[in-house]
Design a protein around this ligand. Structure first.
Ligand SMILES: [Cu+2]
Length: 257
């Protein structure tokens, strides 16, 4: 690349980085807005990592610019040459270690909070992912939701409730993912996976399988609607009157993977 174009390219890259971080409110650095309280913690971690990376980047760029200007060639005399600088060497060994330890603690803390399970969830949903769709069971209500064969299955949740998702798969690995939740978890045959999620605002969002699970993986779409608690109760009652027409295959059929 010709050296004259370099500053322009660097400026363009920096502008893109700043703009992609600054588009949404509160500097989310490209992450979608979270609609769950668990997602807020993930977003906090995401933001924290970016700010720390930005701080380290600024320090390094600052030192580079300082060195380039301060020690630029003025005459043929060499600047003072030295083998070692013990304080600087200690600093550049200890400082990255402290940053990594800090990020590790920060990550562990967020992970503990996001994966924590409450003793008594408000709503329980048994999520079964299978080749190639989803079944959402509400065991406390005796309600089961599946696709009608045309539209993807639609799960309804009350806003502000802690929902326990029990995640099961009868065939291969799948992954329960609602991008706007900012949390996801795999469904692994023989493993009982659970996550608790509290949706904090009303809305309807797309969900999909985030694990490539076979040729028709793309068909594993679903949607999640979060509504007010009384609307949720109405929906549950309506579902009780609607017979379930199709069910999950109990055993996996042998199909092209
Ligand atoms: Cu899948």
């Amino acid at each position: 690349m010709p050296s004259r174009r370099r500053p322009t390219v660097i400026a363009a890259l920096l502008a893109t980085a700043v703009m992609s971080g600054g588009c949404s409110s509160g500097f989310d650095f490209g992450a979608p807005d979270s609609v769950t309280s668990q997602g807020e913690k993930v977003l906090g971690l995401w933001r924290g990592f970016h700010w720390i990376a930005l701080g380290v980047g600024l320090l390094i760029w600052g030192l580079v610019v300082f060195s380039v200007l301060r020690f630029r060639r003025r005459n043929d005399e060499l600047p003072s040459q030295s083998h070692e600088n013990i304080p600087v060497e200690i600093f550049y060994t200890v400082a990255p270690l402290l940053v990594v330890i800090g990020l590790f603690i920060f990550t562990m803390d967020a992970q503990q909070e996001v994966t924590a399970l409450v003793d008594d969830p408000d709503v329980v949903v048994d999520v079964v992912g299978f080749q190639w769709s989803w079944q959402f069971g509400y065991p406390e209500e005796g309600v089961t939701v599946v696709s009608n064969g045309v539209d993807p299955p639609r799960m309804v949740l009350p806003v502000g409730a802690t929902v326990r998702f029990n995640l099961e798969s009868p065939d291969v690995n799948h992954s329960f993912w609602v991008p706007r939740f900012l949390v996801k978890r795999d469904l692994i045959p023989g493993i009982e996976n659970q996550i608790d999620v509290e949706v904090t605002e009303a809305g309807e969002w797309e969900g999909r399988c985030a694990e490539y699970c076979g040729l028709a993986h793309y068909r594993m779409d679903f949607s999640v609607a979060a509504v007010a608690p009384d609307e949720y109760a109405e929906w549950i009652n309506a579902q009780k009157l609607t017979p379930v027409t199709t069910t999950v295959p109990v055993t996996s059929t042998v199909v092209a993977r």
